[in-house]
Design a protein around this ligand. Structure first.
Ligand SMILES: [Zn+2]
Length: 236
């Protein structure tokens, strides 16, 4: 399959749903950079605060880490040239999003529905529905609920961050569920890599006092930062 030119997408207003700060760059950095360079409006919604990556660090308690991850998210968007619109930070707890039928979940669905409506999203990039991480699946379900609440039906593409590395058999798309779409992002590949590296707390020894802390490996980064960026387009 020949990868498509990102500018073959016609949407002028694009929303990216990132479960954690770093997913926007790992999953969608190429499209964000290419569409931003074409003066499309790209708004990124960060769902969780990312403060769960180093739960045992004394030097980086959750509140400090959340602030750091927000700064990293903003730095990454600057690398990608997506600074025209302020990102949305929903600040939900990392690995502890509320159930959507809880009052807290209902509120978040309403908040995201309002943001999508106000922005006028024509294309929504969300996590793959069965990406093997609880926050990625929850962020997909949150996106579905918010679009339904807002009665919006924008074009959709889903991106997988962990599927190829951690996915079980049933996590892959089923027959008739989604079709693969690939974009040639070679023109902005260096920007995507720089954006991933802007997430210093996830890619370096910045936080050195939690041996259980999360670290993006070079293999994961190399797997996702390639000249082709892959998505799944849901089939009707
Ligand atoms: Zn993530």
């Amino acid at each position: 399959m020949k990868p498509l030119d990102p500018l073959s997408l016609t949407a002028r207003r694009v929303t990216v749903i990132a479960p954690h700060p770093d997913d926007e760059s790992l999953g969608c950095g190429g499209l964000i950079a290419a569409l931003s360079a074409d003066h499309r409006a790209v708004q990124v919604v960060f769902v969780t605060d990312g403060a769960g990556s180093h739960p045992n660090s004394a030097a980086w308690p959750a509140s400090r880490l959340a602030r750091q991850r927000r700064r990293e998210a903003q730095a990454a968007l600057a690398c990608l040239g997506a600074t025209a619109l302020p990102p949305v930070f929903l600040d939900l707890p990392d690995a502890g999003m509320p159930a959507l039928d809880d009052p807290a979940g209902e509120t978040v669905v309403g908040d995201l529905a309002a943001a999508l409506t106000a922005f006028g999203s024509e294309l929504v990039l969300s996590p793959w529905r069965r990406d093997p991480h609880c926050d990625h699946r929850d962020a997909w379900a949150l996106t579905e609920a918010a679009l339904s609440r807002a009665r919006l039906a924008p074009e959709r593409l889903e991106y997988a961050v962990w599927l190829d590395e951690l996915g079980q058999e049933g996590d892959q798309p089923r027959a008739g569920e989604a079709e693969a779409v690939a974009f040639d992002i070679s023109g902005v590949l260096a920007l995507k890599r720089r954006a991933v590296e802007a997430h210093v707390s996830q890619t370096t020894d910045l936080i050195s006092d939690d041996p259980t802390g999360f670290r993006l490996t070079a293999d994961t980064i190399d797997r996702l930062v390639q000249s082709v960026e892959r998505y799944w387009r849901p089939l009707p």
